[in-house]
Design a binder for this molecule. Structure first.
Ligand code: MEV
Length: 439
């Protein structure tokens, strides 16, 4: 069992909302708002258009406006025996539908199980100008307690919350373009923060002491986005019966998914796309909750290449009983305090919709969504291909591009998908015909 706890928000919500996709956006918002018992202000925030210009102006520089992308909610997720509604901010069609569909299949098999490490982030302090790098390393390691104490002096709030600098590591790079180099790592438990500010402040604070002890010159003082001590894991076990479709047996489906994953394990060209499919699930949750998706992307891909060869983030196997077993373990440096997670009204509301009570729980849920998304892509790729499902949903976009609005969007999209001819000029023809029929 991972870090998931009861949020204490009353009766647990049911993430299975019948015919959710057939509702209007307003009715969907009511359905998820009621399920998660959201206050009106949070429902309004999820509806969008809620980032005031003065707030946006305070968040970044040279602000001229705000930029919106769709916010969907993936249904059906059961994680560690508890249901979750998943907010996903994303521009790509079929992502939210695929996550919900896979979560539904997984739900019938007991859902996802997750776990995670403590939220340990790493700051790096680069030390140059040393003629005895190994001696400097030894001096720094001897001063471990002193360095940790100095780092912890900087953040009493974090210490009060049970976090703080826990350990140091010191590495020697004998041969770099600028001579020998020593790099000291501060390993910091950042609790519910993403942690960048916390560890950067600590790294800067200990720098003078590091110079005194090592005898070198400190240059870089910055966190590492390869958050390999802050891992979240998800797993799912699917029976052949749950995987079977009208066209494919569950055994065929499971074997196809394992074969697809096998290519991603050995071939970086496929691994990049395979992992992109995983990030299709992860990034939208990261964005919706106001977190730093560039940090998550950087950590994910560096982790995927940690052996020296870029590979699949997930693994799919057949267990001894013939079930399909999927696992995903990866860095997940997400926060729930500070930054846009607190300032952006929609991010705050998204966190309430999720009902998570710790950054670790958020990380675990997010990785489960990534695994669901990966399964959706592999399931389609291993059987009918992704274009059939994808084009049916993409057709809505094309209908809008062609000028359709209101109920015409679905009418045009249905016709495009049925004809397997999803093109803007074809959509215009259909619209013209519909116009004439109405006239
Ligand atoms: C498309 O956004 C993602 C996929 O290419 C992922 C994959 O190939 O596994 C479908």
């Amino acid at each position: 069992m991972g870090a998931v706890q009861d949020s204490g928000v009353g009766p647990r919500l049911n993430s299975r909302i019948e015919k959710f996709r057939d509702l209007s956006p307003a009715d969907r918002l009511t359905a998820v708002g009621d399920a998660a018992r959201l206050a009106q202000a949070d429902r309004d925030a999820l509806r969008g258009g809620v980032l005031p210009l003065d707030l946006a102006n305070g968040m970044i520089e040279n602000v001229v406006g705000t930029f919106e992308i769709p916010l969907g909610v993936a249904t059906n997720f059961t994680i560690n025996g508890r249901d979750y509604l998943i907010p996903m901010a994303v521009e790509e069609p079929s992502v939210v539908a695929a996550a919900s569909y896979m979560a539904r299949i997984a739900r019938g098999c007991g859902g996802f199980e997750t776990s995670s490490t403590a939220p340990i982030m790493r700051a790096q302090v680069q030390i140059l100008g040393l003629s005895d790098p190994h001696g400097a390393r030894a001096r720094l390691l001897s001063a471990r307690d002193q360095i940790i104490a100095a780092a912890n002096e900087k953040d009493q709030v974090l210490i009060g919350l049970g976090g703080g600098c826990r350990e140091i590591e010191v590495q020697v790079f004998e041969d770099t373009a600028v001579g020998p180099m020593v790099v000291l790592h501060l390993l910091v438990d950042v609790r519910d923060a993403m942690g960048a500010n916390t560890v950067n402040t600590m790294a800067e604070a200990v720098a003078p002491m590091i110079e005194r002890i090592s005898g070198g010159t400190v240059r870089l003082r910055i966190l590492s986005n390869l958050a390999d001590l802050r891992l979240a894991r998800a797993r799912v076990r699917l029976t052949p019966k749950a995987l079977a479709t009208k066209e494919f047996t569950g055994e065929r489906m499971a074997a196809g998914i394992v074969e697809a994953c096998s290519l991603a394990i050995v071939d970086p060209y496929r691994a990049a796309t395979h992992n992109k499919g995983i990030m299709n699930g992860i990034d939208p949750v990261v964005v919706a909750t106001g977190n730093d998706w560039r940090a998550i992307e950087a950590g994910a891909h560096a982790w995927a290449a940690r052996s020296g060869r870029y590979t699949s983030l997930s693994r799919w196997e057949i267990d001894a009983a013939g079930n399909l077993m999927g696992t995903l373990e990866m860095p997940m440096a997400l926060g729930m305090v500070g930054g846009a997670t607190k300032t952006h009204p929609a991010a705050r509301a998204a966190l309430k919709l999720l009902g998570v009570t710790s950054a670790q729980e958020l990380a675990e849920v997010t990785v489960a969504v990534g695994l669901a998304q990966n399964m959706a892509a592999l399931r389609a790729l291993a059987t009918e291909g992704i274009q059939r499902g994808h084009m049916a949903l993409h057709a809505r976009n094309i209908a809008i591009v062609a000028g359709a609005s209101g109920a015409d969007i679905d009418t045009v999209a249905r016709e495009l998908a049925a004809d397997h001819d999803v093109r803007v000029d074809r959509a215009r023809e259909i619209l013209l015909r519909l116009g004439k029929e109405k006239a």
